[in-house]
Ligand binder design. Structure first.
Ligand code: S3P
Length: 451
C-alpha cells in the first residue's frame, strides 16, 4: 500500500492532439459498496468491472477480516457473503489506508455489532473528521473511543440491541447517509435518514437491488426521506460496475485543454448525482457529445466524445456541488484555461477531503502562475486561454498532501501549460485510478516520473 511508501514526483509537459478511445476503470463508490454488500449478503455476489484501486482493495480486506470469502476468477470477483447480521468480529484493526468511504461506511456497517472493531488509516485519513459518522452511531447506542476531535484510531462497540433513529444529515454527505443506513441493516425496526440535499444515491439503489426493504420519498422541496427496515435478508447479486465519472474527469478535461484533441471515453456512469462536471464544462463551451446513452445494471451509462474546445468562465450554481464534489480540483484546472472568471461557491466540504482541497488547489494554481482567490468556501479562478507563463520552468512541485485528485489535476494542467508542471508525489493516484499514467500516455499525454 502506498501510505508510508516513498513519494514519487511526476512531471507533465505541453502535449499535442490527444487521440484514441479509452475505457475508464470501475466507479469507486459502486466498487466499495459491491464488496460491502456482497460480503454481507447471503449467497454469492459476482462483480465485473470492479475498480482495483488501493481504496477498494482495503474495503475487500476489511470484509474478508469480518468473514466474507472473496476471490477472483479471471475478470470476475466472487464473494460468498456472511448473511446480514452475521459479520464476525475482526481480530485486528481494520486499515482503510487513504479511504474515507471505506472507513466511514464500514463504521456504520459493523459499528452496531455487539463486539469491538477498530479503524485505522494513513496520515490523510487520520486527520479527517469522523464525528459526522460517530454522532449518529452514538445515538444508536454505540460506544465510541476516538482520538481527540473524533479522529482515527476509532474503536466501536455496539449495544446488545441497537436503537433505530431518525437522522437528518447535517451536511451534504453520501458517506454519512450511507453509514446510518448501513447501521440500520443490523438494527431492529425502521432507520430513517432525512437528506435535505440529494447526494449520490448508490447505497439506496444497490441495497434495494440486494433485496433490502427500503423506500425513498422526495417532497416538493427536494428533501428525501429514506426508510430502511433492519434485520432483513440481503441476497447476493451480479454486478457490472460502470466506469467512474470522477476518474473520467481527468482525460475529459485534458482533451478539452490540449489543442487538436479528439478522444472517446467508453462506458461512463451517467447517474445524475455524478454528472455535475459534464454539465458545467458544457456550459463553459466544451464539446462533449453523449453517445449511445443506455441502461446497464440499473444505472445510466454512455460513451463520451470529447474535443478540444475554447472555454469561457461561468458561475457554478452552489446547489450543483454534491453532483461534482470530487471534481472541483480538475474544474479549477479547466477554469485556468477559460476566458474570464470561473466562480465556485458552496465548497466547504472540500476542506475535509483527502486533503484540504480548497487550499491545495489554490496554492497549486498560484505556484503555477494562475490568478485565483480562495474564500472560506469559494474559489474564483481567472483564466488565461493560451496558458502563457503557466507552469514552473524550474520544476517547483505542487504539494499534493496525500491526495490523488490533486496529483492528477495538476498533471492534466501540465499538458496545456507553457512550462512543465510537477507534482511532489504521484503514488497516491493508485488509490483510485492505478491506470492513470498508462491511459493518459496512451492518448498522447507527456507525463513521466521525475528523476
Ligand atoms: C463518496 C461520497 C463523497 C465523495 C467520496 C465518495 C461515496 O464524500 O467525496 O469520494 O462513495 O459515498 P461525502 O459523502 O463525504 O461528500
Amino acid at each position: 500500500m502506498s501510505h508510508g511508501a516513498a513519494p514519487k514526483p511526476a512531471t507533465a509537459r505541453r502535449s499535442e492532439n490527444l487521440a484514441g478511445s479509452v475505457t475508464i476503470p470501475g466507479d469507486k463508490s459502486i466498487s466499495h459498496r459491491s464488496f460491502m454488500f456482497g460480503g454481507l449478503a447471503s449467497g454469492q455476489t459476482r462483480i465485473t468491472g470492479l475498480l482495483e484501486g488501493e481504496d477498494v482493495i482495503n474495503t475487500g480486506r476489511a470484509m474478508s477480516a469480518m468473514g466474507a470469502k472473496i476471490r477472483k476468477d479471471g475478470d470476475t470477483w466472487i464473494i460468498d457473503g456472511t448473511g446480514n447480521g452475521a459479520l464476525l468480529a475482526p481480530e485486528a484493526p481494520l486499515d482503510f489506508g487513504n479511504a474515507g468511504t471505506g472507513c466511514r461506511l464500514t463504521m456504520g456497517l459493523v459499528g452496531v455489532y455487539d463486539f469491538a472493531s477498530t479503524f485505522i488509516g494513513d496520515a490523510s485519513l487520520t486527520a479527517r473528521p469522523m464525528g459526522r459518522v460517530l454522532n449518529p452511531l452514538r445515538e444508536m447506542g454505540v460506544q465510541v473511543e476516538a482520538a481527540p476531535g473524533d479522529r482515527l484510531p476509532v474503536t466501536l462497540r455496539g449495544p446488545k440491541t441497537p436503537a433505530p433513529i431518525t437522522y437528518r444529515v447535517p451536511m451534504a454527505s453520501a458517506q454519512v447517509k450511507s453509514a446510518v443506513l448501513l447501521a440500520g441493516l443490523n438494527t431492529p425496526g425502521i432507520t430513517t435518514v432525512i437528506e435535505p440535499v440529494m447526494t449520490r444515491d448508490h447505497t439506496e439503489k444497490m441495497l434495494a437491488g440486494f433485496g433490502a426493504a427500503l423506500s425513498v420519498e422526495t417532497d416538493a422541496a427536494g428533501v428525501r426521506t429514506i426508510r430502511l427496515e433492519g434485520r432483513g435478508k440481503l441476497t447476493g447479486q451480479t454486478i457490472a460496475v460502470p466506469g467512474d465519472p470522477s476518474s473520467t474527469a481527468f482525460p475529459l478535461v485534458a482533451a478539452i485543454l490540449v489543442p487538436g484533441s479528439d478522444i472517446t471515453i467508453r462506458n461512463v456512469l451517467m447517474n445524475p448525482t455524478r454528472t455535475g462536471l459534464i454539465l458545467t464544462l458544457q456550459e463553459m463551451g466544451a464539446s462533449i457529445e453523449i453517445l449511445d446513452p443506455r441502461l446497464a445494471g440499473g444505472e445510466d451509462v454512455a460513451d463520451l466524445r470529447v474535443r478540444h474546445s475554447e472555454l469561457r468562465g461561468v458561475t457554478v450554481p452552489e446547489e450543483r456541488a454534491p453532483s461534482m464534489i470530487d471534481e472541483y480540483p480538475i474544474l479549477a484546472i479547466a477554469a485556468a484555461f477559460a476566458k474570464g472568471d470561473t466562480v465556485m461557491h458552496g465548497l466547504e466540504e472540500l476542506r475535509v477531503k483527502e486533503s484540504d482541497r480548497l487550499s491545495a488547489v489554490a496554492n497549486g494554481l498560484k505556484l503555477n502562475g494562475v490568478a485565483c482567490v480562495e474564500g472560506e468556501a469559494s474559489l474564483t479562478v481567472t483564466g488565461r486561454p493560451d496558458g502563457k507563463g503557466y507552469g514552473t520552468p524550474g520544476g517547483q512541485a505542487v504539494k499534493t498532501h496525500l491526495d490523488h485528485r490533486i496529483a492528477m489535476s495538476f498533471l492534466v494542467m501540465g499538458l496545456a501549460a507553457e512550462n512543465p508542471v510537477t507534482v511532489d508525489d504521484a503514488t497516491m493516484i493508485a488509490t483510485s485510478f492505478p491506470e492513470f499514467m498508462d491511459l493518459m500516455t496512451g492518448l498522447g499525454a507527456r507525463i513521466d516520473a521525475t528523476a
